[in-house]
Design a protein around this ligand. Structure first.
Ligand code: HEC
Ligand code: HEC
Length: 203
């Protein structure tokens, strides 16, 4: 009799443990997941494959964004509307556009695996097609400490699209939170204005 009770207690214990282990990941804040993975392996988002056409077509106005920061459908729409690209004309020849578009889609968030792509996708609805990395929910979550004054009111940043202004290893595809400095602000627990006397804007 007793051994039967013990047997069932152990069985129930195993099942409960299994369910907890399997669902644990969805209980965690994706930002924490990235942080923890980053402790083991530095957050690195560049694809193994480089593309010269992407470099030539897209690096003249801003940094080259990592293809894995948006899903393939976003790149497809973005590359289909280059004549009106956030108010600019970024049009290229058909063959270059096709090459760059294929490259971006091949290395998009839903095609590769890295510590940024999966949590970003997990927070994106299937019917959403963000055209900006900076508009995705995951991005907003990661940047909750960044106040508007640190961007628009900050002459050394100006736009959130200038990742490299704060992430000084961004061009190498590294966005580790230990490699962040906001120009004109210093960090003490939270990001604060560096010198109120010489800097415009405040938190
Ligand atoms: C003629 C200048 C120009 C060229 C060339 C250009 N862009 Fe842009 N791009 C812009 C501007 C302007 C913005 C908006 C920046 C801002 O909000 O500060 C932008 C923003 C973006 C964003 C959104 C960034 C964010 O906020 O997350 C993506 C993605 C992007 N561009 C991709 C591309 C790709 C891919 C190419 C190459 C086909 C390209 N761009 C070429 C001017 C350009
Ligand atoms: C105004 C400065 C600023 C700009 C511009 C900026 N970031 Fe950040 N970013 C931060 C700060 C601050 C953090 C959070 C650091 C922390 O939590 O201590 C962060 C966090 C991140 C993280 C998470 C890092 C980690 O280890 O968990 C990623 C990924 C990231 N940013 C990507 C980007 C991308 C991509 C862009 C451009 C589209 C961008 N950021 C633009 C300041 C900035």
């Amino acid at each position: 009799m007793v051994s039967k009770k013990v047997f069932w207690a152990v069985m129930i214990g195993i099942v409960v443990f299994g369910v907890l282990a399997a669902t644990r990941s969805i209980w965690q804040d994706p930002a924490d997941q990235v942080w923890m993975k980053g402790m083991i392996k530095k957050l690195h988002v560049l694809p193994s494959e480089q593309n010269l056409a992407y470099d030539n077509a897209c690096a003249s106005c801003h940094m080259l964004y990592a293809p894995s920061m948006l899903p393939a459908r976003s790149w497809q729409v973005l590359m289909g509307g280059l004549s009106d690209h956030f108010g600019d004309n970024a049009e290229v020849t058909d063959s270059i556009r096709e090459e760059v578009s294929a490259y971006l889609q091949r290395n998009a968030a839903d095609k590769v695996e890295n510590t940024y792509a999966q949590p970003m996708l997990a927070l994106l609805n299937n019917d959403e097609t963000p055209l900006r990395i900076s508009e995705t929910k995951y991005f907003t979550l990661l940047h909750d400490v960044v106040k508007p004054a640190m961007i628009e009111g900050n002459s050394d940043v100006q736009s959130v699209a200038r990742c490299e202004a704060c992430h000084y290893e961004a061009l190498e595809g590294r966005y580790n939170r230990f490699a962040v400095r906001i120009p004109n602000y210093y960090k003490q627990g939270t990001w604060r204005l560096m010198n109120p006397a010489t800097t415009k804007g405040s938190e």
